[in-house]
Unconditional design. Structure first.
Length: 134
């Protein structure tokens, strides 16, 4: 009987010692490389997303267009679904899709232009390279 209690106690301790992997995969916080396909063009974006008490917020870069630290107007997310409105100086660009661990995928719209996007979370060692330590 003591052996069973000991094994159970060890199992409980081991479960609490494991990192919360499922919670980390549910979080969209981090830096993301995103490729938008619209009107026959590929537009690379870099999303910088943080999570605070009031939900997600962030900025994005559009290196091909010379834009950096542009505000993301809003991010609504209920895992796995999300919607982002990106500031453009005109009609917002909208990314709407699904988040699955280290990937983002969905549809892109801006005014009458439509397309798709796919994104991949940057590895931690990539997050600070060449972006001023963001």
């Amino acid at each position: 009987m003591h052996r069973i209690k000991g094994a159970f106690f060890t199992l409980v301790i081991a479960l609490f010692a494991l990192p919360p992997v499922s919670l980390a995969q549910d979080s969209m916080a981090g830096d993301w490389d995103v490729d938008v396909s619209v009107m026959g063009q590929q537009i690379p974006l870099v999303l910088h997303i943080t999570k605070g008490e009031d939900g997600y917020e962030g900025k994005f870069d559009s290196p091909a267009q010379g834009g950096f630290d542009i505000p993301i107007r809003s991010i609504t997310a209920e895992h796995p679904d999300f919607k982002m409105e990106l500031e453009t100086g005109g009609p917002p660009a909208i990314l709407e899709g699904k988040h699955d661990g280290d990937t983002l995928k969905g549809s892109f719209t801006q005014a009458t232009a439509t397309g798709t996007f796919e994104g991949k979370r940057k590895a931690e060692d990539e997050e600070t390279e060449g972006d001023g330590g963001r």
